[in-house]
Write a protein that binds this ligand. Structure first.
Ligand code: GLY
Ligand code: MN
Ligand code: MN
Length: 442
């Protein structure tokens, strides 16, 4: 898989003889100036090209010959005493399969032997290192080139994404059947993370959101420390990470196992937004098209419930949907949860409420992996000013909506691989009300 990735990147440099690529991997980071180590996570581009999941490595790629040089840190006996087993260069070569292996302190000698015209790098630190050694760094294209490569997933990457999704699916099901009013949100987080860790996935791809009641209307709520109430909806947005590849799944359900009438009505609108967008997810479709479709379905549902008034077109025009659905419909998913490549050079964000937070504006293509995650929230910080703004208030049933200010929110999120003729949905966690209630009943 990593050889395939390096070849893909090298193909973009076919017209650049004399140009080489230098990337340093991640180092361990510590909590402030203590010796407490944060869990190590390799930098995603470096991981994409090497598969190396240990600190202090670097690489040189020579695109024109395809040569892959891996540079490993020189470890001494005290490293072995304190930090871990030290492998020989031969063992590392066997493990990672580079064409050549060196120590990182041999970078100068390696560059001297390669005599590059230009050294392509992705960040200031690597540029400074290259300059210090007397060579010319070029930071103008490598990051975009890597993003271009990473947008279309290789077969190996799809396999990792499926593995992450499978474990996240199991963890979500586990929490869904364990929740009881009176539990603390952090107990539910513990169940999720225990389930992932037990399956060998020790790291989460992002800080999980375990939000009950009003907390569910905070888009990136991470307090995760409230006691869940009998009548709460509970929103769980958390995934799993397989060798760096993310799953990013959200489900929302009633803490007591049965949707009440008000929850059911809003839930069904959100589920319709999700299912309709998923049904349309195929090559040739634009993410913003799907976002606008979801927005329209929200307004149609709200009109039916009498929460807004007017014609759908004028409500769309006035961006009323963004008061309830203020984030983007979805994003690319891969080594990063909000993966690279959503905005290629020349494509700008749409300056419109809600849509401006869309993290990907691309025509969908086979091999892309995306999330679809519509939400409906009642966020006092957005709604209270809107109630006072005549331009918006004229479309709102303010009296009814005031009764929803403690509702919280609903988000439902699935992960899709775009295929030649549609998509493969990696997420398999109950999402219709009937399936959720049945699963929660056991
Ligand atoms: N969990 C972050 C997101 O869904 O984008
Ligand atoms: Mn999510
Ligand atoms: Mn997401």
């Amino acid at each position: 898989m990593f050889n395939e990735h390096r070849t893909r990147l090298a193909s973009l440099y076919a017209d650049k003889p004399g140009h080489i690529i230098y990337i340093s991997g991640a180092a361990v980071s510590h909590r402030y100036n203590t010796d407490f180590e944060y869990p190590f996570r390799q930098e995603s581009n470096f991981l994409y090209l090497t598969g190396v999941q240990e600190p202090d490595f670097a690489l040189i790629l020579v695109p024109i010959t395809g040569a892959y040089h891996l540079l490993s840190p020189r470890r001494d006996a005290m490293f072995a005493v304190w930090m871990g087993f030290v492998r020989t260069q031969d063992q590392l070569k066997q493990a990672y399969n580079p064409d050549h292996i060196h120590f990182t302190d041999e970078l100068g000698d390696l560059l001297a032997s390669l005599k590059p015209e230009s050294v392509h790098v992705i960040n200031d630190t690597d540029a400074a290192r290259v300059s210090e050694l007397g060579y010319t760094p070029d930071q103008s294209i490598l990051a975009d080139a890597l993003a271009w490569c990473r947008v279309i997933k290789s077969d190996g990457e799809k396999a990792e994404l499926r593995k992450a999704a499978n474990v996240a699916n199991i963890a979500h099901r586990e929490v869904m059947k364990s929740i009881r009013p009176g539990m603390n949100e952090c107990e539910l987080q513990a169940i999720h993370e225990f389930t992932c860790t037990r399956s060998g996935m020790r790291h989460q791809p992002y800080s999980g959101i375990f939000a009950s009641g009003k907390g569910a209307a905070v888009l990136h709520y991470v307090d995760n420390n409230r006691v869940v109430d009998e009548n709460d909806l509970f929103l769980l947005d958390a995934g799993a990470e397989s060798n760096g590849y993310a799953a990013d799944i959200t489900r929302t359900y009633p803490a007591n196992g049965v949707f009440n009438e008000r929850q059911a009505a809003i839930y069904d609108i959100c589920l319709n937004m999700l299912d309709s967008c998923i049904a349309d997810a195929r090559p040739g479709v634009e993410m913003e098209e799907l976002h606008l479709k979801a927005a329209r379905l929200l307004l149609e549902g709200f009109l039916d419930l009498g929460l807004v008034r007017g014609e759908v077109d004028e409500l769309m025009e006035a961006n009323i949907f963004a008061l309830f659905f203020p984030h983007g419909l979805g994003h690319f998913l891969g080594l990063d949860t909000h993966d690279v490549g959503g905005y290629p050079k020349g494509v700008d964000r749409i300056d419109r409420p809600g849509l401006r937070y869309l993290r990907a504006r691309r025509l969908l293509e086979p091999g892309m992996v995306i999330t679809i995650e519509p939400g409906i929230y009642f966020i006092p910080a957005l709604l209270e000013p809107a109630f006072e703004n005549p331009e918006q208030a004229r479309f709102l049933n303010v009296e009814s909506l005031r009764g929803y200010l403690d509702f919280g929110g609903i988000r439902i999120e699935d992960n899709l691989i775009i295929t030649e003729d549609g998509h493969e949905n990696l997420t398999d966690v109950p999402k219709s009300r009937a399936d959720i209630e049945a699963w929660m009943r056991g």
